[in-house]
Write a protein that binds this ligand. Structure first.
Ligand code: AMP
Length: 421
C-alpha cells in the first residue's frame, strides 16, 4: 500500500469552526480598514532573503533563526516571516509614495520556524496595515483606534490591553543605545548567551529577554524615556494626548522595544492574559527609516500587524459564536424522476436567499437519501416526491428540532424558511 504523506510539522488544515472564526477576524479587519480608507494590497509569499535580513534585521529571531529559506538558481529566497518589509518593497517598486500618501492593508500567511504549540504555528495568519508619508503622530493614534474598533466589533475589547513606549528619533536612540551598552558591558559575564551576542548586534533586544537573571540586570538599565530629545518627547506626548482623545486606554511600558530593528518613536503592543504563554496578539509602531534602508526615497511610515490565529483563539476561548459551514438546506428528491425538479428548486432558492443549499446526489433509496440529508448537518430538508413535483410544492422537514413537517408552494419557500429560524 502506498504510504500516507503526513502533515508537515507546524502546518494546519483549516476548516469548519476553526476556519470560520479566522475568517471572521480577517473580514472585520478588512471591513474596518476599508472604512478608514485603507486600500487592500496582496503581497507575494516569497521574497529574496536579503529583503528580510536588511529590512527586519539579522539580529532578530524571526530572521536569524526562524526563516524558511532555500536557494533557487540565482538567489536565496525565503517564505515571508512578516508583511511590513514586502509592503515597503512594493511601495518602493511602484513608486507609490511619489506625490501620494498610500495607506495599505494586507492579510495572509506568514512562516516562522518556531516550536509549534497552541497559538504558535509555523504557518500563521497576519493582518496588517501601513501608512506612508505621514510624520504622525495623528496617523499612529488612528492606527490604534482602528484596531480598537475591531476589538469592539469582535467583542474581545475587555480581554486585550495595550502597551506603548517611545523609542525616539535616531539621535535619541543612539544616545540611549550607547548608555545601555555601557551599562550592560558591566554585566557581560552574567548575561545569558543570546543576550551576550546581542550586545554587539542589537543591544535593545536584550530588554526583550525572557531570561530571569538577565531580566534582573535590565531592571536597572537606563530607560529610553530619559534619553528622548525635545522632538521625540513632543512626538510622544502628542501621541499620548491623541490616544486619550480617541478614548484609548494604554499603559506605558519602558521595556517595550518590539523585536525588530526598524522602529522609531511610538511603538505599541496588544496583549491578552487569556491565551497562556502566547500573550501577544499584535504590535506595531513607526518606522521612518525603513523605506530608505530598503533602497527607496526617505519616507515616514507607521503600521501594525495582528496575529489572526490568536484573536480567533481568543474569541473561541470567550465562547463567542462562529457561524458553521454546514449547509442550511438539503434538497432531496425521493426518486430519480424528481431530480430535475429538485435541482430547479435549489437553483431558485440560491438566487432568492443567502442560504447555502446542497442537492442530493448519488441516487439511492428513500432511506439512504434521508440519511444523507441528516449527515450533511443541514437544518432543513426540502423533500420532493411525485406529488410535490406535480403541484409545484415542496415539503419542509426540520432535521434538528422537533417540528411538524409542512408542505408549501415553491413560491412561499423563502418566507417559510425565513420564519422558521
Ligand atoms: P510580529 O511580526 O512578531 O510583531 O508578530 C505580530 C503578531 O503575529 C504577534 O503579536 C502574534 O500575534 C502573531 N504571531 C507571531 N508569530 C506567530 C506564530 N508563530 N504563530 C501564530 N501567531 C504568531
Amino acid at each position: 500500500m502506498p504510504e500516507r504523506s503526513p502533515l508537515v510539522r507546524g502546518m494546519r488544515d483549516l476548516y469548519a469552526e476553526e476556519l470560520a472564526s479566522i475568517r471572521i477576524v480577517e473580514s472585520v479587519f478588512g471591513d474596518t480598514l476599508k472604512s478608514y480608507g485603507y486600500e487592500h494590497i496582496r503581497l507575494p509569499t516569497m521574497e529574496r532573503t536579503a529583503l528580510f535580513s536588511r529590512g527586519i534585521g539579522e539580529s532578530t529571531d524571526a530572521v536569524a533563526k526562524e526563516m524558511f529559506s532555500f536557494d533557487d538558481e540565482t538567489d536565496s529566497l525565503s517564505l515571508r516571516p512578516e508583511g511590513t518589509a514586502s509592503c515597503v518593497r512594493a511601495v518602493i517598486d511602484a513608486n507609490m509614495y511619489r506625490g501620494n500618501q498610500p495607506k495599505l492593508w494586507y492579510v495572509g500567511s506568514m512562516f516562522r520556524h518556531e516550536r509549534p504549540q497552541l497559538g504558535r504555528y509555523r504557518e500563521f495568519y497576519q493582518v496588517g496595515a501601513e501608512a506612508f508619508g505621514f510624520n504622525g503622530p495623528d496617523v499612529d493614534a488612528e492606527l490604534i483606534r482602528i484596531v480598537q474598533d475591531v476589538w469592539e466589533r469582535l467583542e474581545v475589547n475587555e480581554e486585550i490591553t495595550l502597551e506603548v513606549n517611545s523609542l525616539g528619533n535616531t539621535a535619541s536612540r543612539i544616545r540611549h543605545r550607547d548608555a545601555l551598552v555601557e551599562y550592560l558591558e558591566g554585566y557581560r559575564e552574567d548575561l545569558d548567551a543570546d543576550s551576550q551576542k546581542r550586545l554587539e548586534l542589537n543591544p535593545l533586544r536584550i530588554l526583550d529577554s525572557k531570561n530571569e537573571h538577565t531580566q534582573q540586570i535590565i531592571e536597572r538599565a537606563p530607560n529610553m524615556s530619559d534619553y528622548l530629545d525635545d522632538e521625540s518627547k513632543r512626538h510622544f506626548d502628542e501621541f499620548q494626548e491623541r490616544l486619550v482623545r480617541f478614548d484609548i486606554r494604554a499603559t506605558m511600558n519602558p521595556r517595550l522595544v518590539r523585536g525588530l530593528d526598524y522602529y522609531t518613536h511610538a511603538v505599541f503592543e496588544w496583549n491578552t492574559e487569556r491565551l497562556g504563554a502566547q500573550k501577544q496578539v499584535g504590535g506595531g509602531g513607526r518606522y521612518d527609516g525603513l523605506c530608505e534602508l530598503l533602497g527607496g526615497a526617505p519616507c515616514a511610515a507607521a503600521g501594525f500587524a495582528i496575529g489572526v490565529d490568536r484573536v480567533a483563539l481568543l474569541r473561541n476561548e470567550l465562547g463567542l459564536s462562529t457561524p458553521s459551514y454546514t449547509p442550511d438546506v438539503y434538497v432531496l428528491a425521493l426518486s430519480d424522476d424528481e431530480d430535475e425538479y429538485a435541482r430547479q428548486v435549489a437553483a431558485q432558492l440560491r438566487t432568492t436567499s443567502s442560504y447555502s443549499v446542497r442537492v442530493h446526489q448519488g441516487g439511492g433509496k428513500v432511506k439512504a437519501r434521508m440519511r444523507a440529508a441528516d449527515r450533511s448537518g443541514a437544518r432543513i430538508a426540502l423533500i420532493i416526491g411525485a406529488q410535490e413535483a406535480a403541484s409545484n410544492q415542496v415539503s419542509l422537514k426540520w432535521l434538528r428540532i422537533n417540528r411538524e413537517q409542512v408542505t408549501v408552494p415553491v413560491t412561499d419557500l423563502p418566507t417559510t424558511l425565513l420564519n422558521s429560524n
